[in-house]
Write a protein that binds this ligand. Sequence first.
Ligand SMILES: C[S@@+](CC[C@H](N)C(=O)[O-])C[C@H]1O[C@@H](n2cnc3c(N)ncnc32)[C@H](O)[C@@H]1O
Length: 221
Amino acid sequence: MGRRIRRHADPFQCRIVISADEWLGPYRRHGAGHIWLDLGCGKGEFLAGLAGLYPDVFLIGIEIRGKIAEAYFPKYKHIPNLLLLHGNVNLSIPSMMDHLKVQRVFIHFPDPYTHKDRYKKRRMVNRGLVKGLCEILAPGGTVSVKTDDGTLFDEMDAVLKTRLAPLPEGFLRPCFEKVLSEWEGECKGKHVPVYSRIYGLTAGAIGEDSSFTELADFLES
Ligand SMILES: C[S@@+](CC[C@H](N)C(=O)[O-])C[C@H]1O[C@@H](n2cnc3c(N)ncnc32)[C@H](O)[C@@H]1O
């Protein structure tokens, strides 16, 4: 993006799997309400911004880079509905959810790995993750994806659409526009275009489950 040097985290260098024990206690103490996840949360600023706007929602951020977690996560320890965890998303989804469901997932500005084909396997959004997302999404749950890299967007979109359905333009957008992630803020400041889409479960992902009918009714209403 712009002149900023884009560092990529190598997911093969971090084998940390997040377990349900790390978040279930604080989640239950907070009231066991809706859960929103930010995958690759960076410094955690986006969720910290949402925490005040949605005090009843329990927010979990996951970041692979230990140095970021060490330096920035303690800053937000006082927020009761926010938990920022150090670990590898691709090793933790879906197992960390322990069969509990998630209403919103954010995947904002994941490292693109578009410079060399052989690095594509390091991308966060791959078939395994999308399968995991289908297991953890609640009926009517959504996955929000944003990036400033058009090639990455098209490739992620193709993988996501194998199991998830793009939702109509503008779906759920207004509430999240109030808070921008660090990278989205930078894009806005530099007038860099952002590609974004929101996805929900499809009939293929949840079979004949009646929750699909509920989602479809909701989207059409
Ligand atoms: C470009 S930054 C975007 C940060 C934030 N989402 C934003 O929009 O400002 C991508 C972040 O994803 C993290 N990341 C990459 N692969 C990951 C993985 N497998 N698990 C967890 N975090 C990951 C990187 O370390 C980095 O902090």
